[in-house]
Design a protein around this ligand. Structure first.
Ligand SMILES: Cc1cc2nc3c(=O)[nH]c(=O)nc-3n(C[C@H](O)[C@H](O)[C@H](O)COP(=O)(O)O)c2cc1C
Length: 346
């Protein structure tokens, strides 16, 4: 895919996920087939630029281009300043968050809460586009504020008029949060009415679903979030299926073990030992979701305080899985595992 002068490997994007799409995860997804990975959102509040969290979120050392950084906020001047600040710190694409229903964001009327105020949306987009004239600006939003107020088409038109170069739409309203199923009709409608690229997002959990969403929406690309947690190779699986119509074989235990291990090493390096071990736990829970013995494994994992102990436990667990079968063996309690994982992510 060609986008704003960047040549992307494909049109499969990693959805921005606070607490998940840090630099190690973005790098991993890109290595395993994603064309673009959007950073976790960065606040537009300049008072918080110096906090460790924000500094880490704006550390793009060694990141594969193009570097897309998401900013969140509701004040046009602050958003403009945030865009400039992030471009100065290496962002090559600025993405604006109008899709996140998290309380922390919505309490200050940012994220998807902005969908309610179309005039303000216009002011924010104009300000950001003007602030970084040489940098493409993209926008991520939902289908509307509520099911009665699906104003995605209005927002898309405002975006196009403001000079936004690409939009990503999550097929739920703000009120839906993550409940129910994503719908794709609104995305299809928007795609048929605007000239800028449209990326479809929501509940894409595998290659066949990816094909279906592309067919239903006519979108220019797909954005995948939760399904990539613990399964970053989903991008190469979708890429292969879209190109050939054939499903790639699931990775072998040995490869998953290697991917997980390398991911953990990156996390330790990025966050330091204490932070890395803590952040790694949720990724380990996702990598092992639904596997035989994963429940007990996860409980003991959460008590291990050091890198050495965590790595040794991972090696032992995947060693047992490999002894059982070259491919992973899933337990009956898969559904239960999923609930636990969602809790961990919340
Ligand atoms: C843990 C988590 C954190 C998220 N953080 C953000 C965020 O920072 N910015 C944003 O625009 N969307 C955020 N989202 C929404 C996702 O980008 C995506 O739109 C949503 O999960 C639907 O896609 P999916 O069904 O492929 O997961 C987040 C979602 C999750 C699960």
């Amino acid at each position: 895919m060609q986008f704003a002068g960047f040549s992307l490997r494909n049109a499969l994007f990693v959805a921005p996920m606070a607490g998940v799409t840090d630099r190690p995860f973005r790098q991993l997804c890109k290595k395993l087939g994603a064309g673009l990975a959007v950073s976790e959102m960065v606040t537009s509040n300049a008072l918080l630029y110096a906090t460790e969290k924000t500094r880490r979120r704006t550390d793009h050392t060694g990141e594969v281009a193009p570097i897309s950084v998401q900013i969140a906020g509701a004040d046009p001047a602050m958003m403009a300043e945030a865009a400039r600040h992030n471009v100065d710190h290496g962002a090559q694409i600025i993405d604006i968050n109008m899709g996140c229903p998290a309380k922390k964001v919505c309490n200050v009327a940012a994220g998807s809460a902005l969908m309610r105020d179309e005039a303000l949306i216009g002011r924010i987009l104009d300000a950001v586009v003007a602030a970084v004239p040489d940098t493409p600006v993209t926008l991520k939003f939902r289908t509307g504020w509520s099911r009665e107020n699906r104003n995605a088409l209005n927002v898309a038109r405002i975006a196009e008029a403001a000079g936004i170069r690409m939009i990503a739409i999550h097929g739920r309203t703000r009120e839906d949060k993550y409940m129910g199923e994503a719908e794709y009709d609104t995305i299809a409608l928007v795609k048929s009415r605007v000239g800028i690229p449209v990326i479809a997002n929501g509940d894409i959990d595998g290659a066949r679903k990816a094909r279906k969403v592309l067919d239903l929406t006519g979108a220019d690309g797909l954005m995948i979030g939760r399904a990539a947690q613990g399964r970053p190779w989903i991008f190469r699986e979708i890429e292969h299926f879209l190109a050939t119509g054939e499903e790639l074989a699931a990775p072998e235990v040995s490869e998953i073990h290697r991917v997980c291990r390398e991911h953990l090493l990156d996390l330790y390096e990025f966050y330091g030992e204490e932070g890395g071990v803590r952040i790694a736990r949720k990724h380990i829970a996702w990598y092992t979701k639904g596997l035989v013995g994963a429940h007990d494994f996860r409980q003991s994992m959460n008590t291990l305080p050091t890198v050495d102990l965590q790595l040794a436990a991972i090696d032992a667990f995947f060693g047992q899985q490999a002894a059982r079968d070259a491919r992973l063996t899933y337990a009956q309690e898969a559904e239960q595992e999923q609930l636990i994982t969602q809790e961990l992510a919340a």
